[in-house]
Design a protein around this ligand. Sequence first.
Ligand SMILES: [Zn+2]
Length: 210
Amino acid sequence: MSSLEQTARTPRLRVPYITAYDEEIVAHPLTFVWSPEATDGLKLSYVDAVPQDSMLGALWSRQGLHRRGRPEWKLVNSIRQRNAMLRLLCQVCGESAVGPDGRVSWVLADDPDDTSTSKGYTNAPPTCAACIPEALVACPRLRRGAAVYTVGSAEPYGVLGDFWRPTRHGPVETQRNAVVPLDAFWRLEYTLAKQLLVVLDDLRPMPLDR
Ligand SMILES: [Zn+2]
């Protein structure tokens, strides 16, 4: 059987827009720099920092956007995730997830282990109406239980990131995947942001044919 026939018989799942690729992930050395605006005068930075490294008061994980290499199915590309949240793009196809009525379609895991939604924020970007069936089939967490909503608005709430401390030997990571609200300025200045968290407002259940 040729590979084309095989592809036709067993369609492979698309790589979602927000999924990271292994060649996009490159380590960049971190440092702490003096900053007059910082709460205690210090903030986390890159050795060769540029203005685009920072947004919403946090330093962001640097990642390529070229999509070369193998998909890292369990990892999210921080820049595409942030972009999807701020521009309300579908996490699967990368197109707008805003419907004709101006509301945004959003799939949320109905998972007892996932407490983020019940706390009022989420790290999952929206999913456009066309991609919802594929998202529900493709994701094991969503297969176990998911709720689909339309949302009136989504406001940045905080970041999911790694917390670093300055030491005489350089920055040392002391906490991984911490939730840091955008108004927790001191913690934000010590965090390497990896995902943007948003608060969803005006959720309405969206009926689905399953
Ligand atoms: Zn889509």
